[in-house]
Design a protein around this ligand. Structure first.
Ligand SMILES: O=C(O)CCC(=O)C(=O)O
Length: 216
């Protein structure tokens, strides 16, 4: 994947020589800001949760077996506009910071979620032409119950948009290198989210989505 050049952030403290050398996670409590949405949905947002994230991104770009998928559309088939990799229960994640992130999220949300984050879905947006269309994650239990999907973003900033199902004004969350966003409550059933294409010249972005088992 040599064409996926990512320009390391010159603001990354690890590169300025006075910050952490290794990736590490900031505190969740006190840092997360909750946005309460209509219909029992909410979004927690914490920019810059993963510090020193260049190393994680490098591992994700070079070390993950990314898969191109195709899906049926009308009477033909189209390429899914992003690359994908799914890590199921018990499968080792490609970087220890991701394993730690999943554990920290599980601990932080234990009382509210009542079960651990288990799976990690990953998407690689190679450039601004890659995207994900409006949808909710309603393929599993999330079609019936309140749950959470926690997303950690690495690489070029992209916007995650949210809008109420059936119409309404959309909200925009800019997701930058090392940022965390958690969609909770009824969000997957009552709202939809998307990452639109952009004409801006953006580099690669990897989204890591942690979900409880049976949520997809
Ligand atoms: O890129 C993202 O952060 C969102 C990915 C997403 O919505 C999905 O894979 O269901």
């Amino acid at each position: 994947m040599s064409d996926l050049a990512y320009q390391p952030s010159m603001l990354d403290p690890a590169l300025l020589g006075h910050g952490p050398e290794r990736p590490n996670l900031g505190p969740l409590a006190g840092g997360l800001r909750r946005h309460r949405l209509i219909r029992g949905a909410w979004v927690d947002h914490l920019p810059g949760w993963v510090r020193g994230s260049d190393q994680v991104l490098e591992t994700l770009l070079r070390g993950v077996e990314w898969r191109a998928e195709r899906r049926r559309m009308y009477d033909g088939e189209v390429a899914v506009p992003r690359l994908l990799r799914w890590y199921g229960r018990g499968e080792a994640l490609p970087h220890e910071t991701l394993t730690e992130a999943r554990e920290r999220l599980t601990r932080h949300y234990a009382a509210e979620l009542g079960e651990p984050f288990v799976t990690a879905g990953m998407c690689l947006y190679r450039d601004g032409r890659d995207s994900v269309a409006w949808h909710g994650d309603t393929h599993g239990r999330s079609s019936r119950i309140d749950t959470m999907v926690a997303i950690v973003s690495f690489g070029s900033p992209r916007a995650l948009l949210l809008r109420p199902r059936g119409g309404g004004e959309s909200l925009r969350f800019p997701l930058g290198h090392g940022d965390l966003i958690v969609m909770g409550g009824s969000c997957q059933r009552t709202w939809e989210h998307s990452v639109p294409k952009t004409a801006r010249p953006v580099g690669p972005r990897v989204s890591v989505q942690f979900r409880p088992i049976g949520v997809a």
